[in-house]
Design a protein around this ligand. Structure first.
Ligand SMILES: C[S@@+](CC[C@H](N)C(=O)[O-])C[C@H]1O[C@@H](n2cnc3c(N)ncnc32)[C@H](O)[C@@H]1O
Length: 462
């Protein structure tokens, strides 16, 4: 049976126990809102070190909600935390009574759902996607504790200078293996209360997310559109890669996220970003000036977020099966709509923070089949063989930061000395180049979602 993976030590818990339990009660009562929102309120006025432990305890209680319920048969939060601590310290064999009860569950999806603490339907969904042989490695990966990673803001500092500045303030950071501006922050250090952070020298961003911006690879001084910009994680990365020259237009349907993006852009000193609140699927005249204009268009589409589940463990309880289907349709439509913004010979980059093929390769390849004006540019072509070996599909076509089992034989521990994981979140990204004539206006595109092929069907050419 899998062991439980928690991001704290037992001796750390006593001081924060009451507050962590209250956060868990709140999250459960509110049916699993974003834990980051719960934590934001919970941690006001709490010391940094304690805050990190509270977050880790809350994450673990939420992640293992099903397993703990099965283990002790009680809803009592304090009893669950005690059970979690006992499981985390259990030596091999010490869980044997619990393991035997789990082993006795007949239905495989339920057995794994309890053992790894996921709903049955999600176990089945992951199995359909990665295959039976890769299922348990995938569930285990989803239960890891994510590292704390940041991106150095090249508009204000270099990685070396930033690591040195943090070191001088007592915070240890080391370069990430793949992203050129990434750094992993060690321990519980208060990196976000440093002068370096206040100056805007770095931003929190997972390494996989940084790699998406690197895959966009904006040419110096170019015009880039980030079509699903959200609060601007990748927009800021792109502005950094442009080095203050060129222009980034950030689009999103959620004005509050764009407000946050503007605030972050000011802090980062990125003056070449313009944020526009627009629904990409019903843009009216808002995007007219940008049609056929951008040398790079990034579509970081809304998705299940399963590749970032280590950071948002509540996703497993919040997501419902119907959302998976509707997200797939939204992804296809957003990609098609954004394609009209690409300049001749420009590139369209599609990304998701999901490791599911149905949100990655399947969406992207059906777009390529559907629109012959676009051709594939491989991740290997953009980033080079050595940079993609560990984090692209075996054929080098796509960025794929989590790869499991027999489908991708070269991906596991042979590549990654840290036990088969890059440590990154699980992202997908693919690049297409506009080789044919300029696409029609987004507003003129028919809604082709209804004629898109289902898995295994031959696609119709519109
Ligand atoms: C995965 S998130 C983007 C994350 C962001 N790129 C980052 O790096 O932080 C997807 C974004 O797509 C936006 N979105 C969803 N539907 C949209 C639409 N029809 N038009 C524009 N943006 C949309 C959502 O508001 C959300 O912010």
């Amino acid at each position: 049976m899998p062991s439980v993976v928690v991001g704290f030590a037992e001796h750390e818990v006593a001081r924060v126990r009451a507050i962590a339990l209250s956060g868990f009660e709140e999250a459960r009562a509110r049916q699993w809102p974003f834990l980051s929102d719960v934590l934001e309120r919970l941690l006001r006025g709490v010391a940094v070190d304690d805050g990190a432990v509270i977050a880790a305890v809350l994450h673990a209680l939420v992640k293992y909600d099903r397993l703990l319920g099965f283990a002790i048969g009680s809803e009592d939060a304090a009893a669950r935390l005690d059970a979690l601590l006992a499981m985390a310290r259990a030596a091999p064999g010490e869980r044997s009574e619990l393991d035997a009860r789990i082993e006795a569950i007949d239905r495989p999806a339920t057995r794994r759902g309890v053992a790894f603490s996921f709903p049955d339907w999600l176990v089945e969904l992951v199995e359909q996607d990665v295959g039976q042989g890769a299922l348990e490695p995938a569930l285990a990966r989803m239960n890891e504790v994510a590292p704390r990673v940041a991106r150095v803001n090249s508009l204000k500092s270099t990685r070396e200078a930033c690591i040195a500045a943090l070191g001088a303030e007592g915070v240890t950071a080391r370069p990430t293996a793949h992203a050129v501006r990434g750094m992993t922050l060690d321990g519980r250090s208060s990196a976000f209360r440093t002068q370096a952070f206040a100056r805007g020298d770095f931003e929190v961003q997972d390494e996989a997310s940084q790699m998406v911006s690197e895959l966009v690879a904006p040419p110096p001084g170019s015009f880039v559109i980030d079509a699903c910009a959200g609060a601007g994680g990748k927009t800021l990365g792109l502005a950094g890669l442009l080095g203050g020259r060129g222009r980034v237009v950030a689009l999103d349907v959620a004005p509050s996220k764009l407000e946050e993006l503007r605030r972050r852009a000011r802090r980062a000193g990125a003056s070449n970003i313009r944020a526009i609140d627009v629904d990409l699927l019903a843009p009216g005249e808002a995007l007219k000036a940008f049609e056929g204009a951008a040398v790079r268009v990034l579509v970081d589409a809304p998705c299940t977020g399963l590749g970032a589940i280590r950071r948002n463990p509540e996703v497993r309880w919040r997501l419902v099966p119907a959302q998976v289907a509707s997200l797939g349709e939204a992804q296809r439509r957003l990609l098609r709509a954004a394609s009209s913004l690409v300049a001749p010979k420009g590139r369209l980059v599609y990304a998701t923070c999901s490791f599911l093929r149905r949100e990655g390769e399947e969406v992207f390849e059906s777009f390529l089949t559907d629109d012959a004006r676009f051709g594939l540019v491989t991740a290997r072509d953009v980033l080079g063989r050595s940079r993609t070996e560990a984090i692209a599909t075996a054929d080098g076509r796509y960025l794929r930061t989590w790869r499991f089992g027999s489908a991708e034989p070269s991906s596991e521990s042979a590549v990654h000395p840290d036990g088969g994981t890059t440590g990154m979140d699980g992202f997908f990204a693919g690049v297409a180049r506009l080789v044919g004539s300029r696409p029609e206006r987004a507003s003129d595109l028919p809604d082709r979602a209804s004629v898109l092929p289902r898995r295994g069907e031959t696609p119709e050419r519109p």
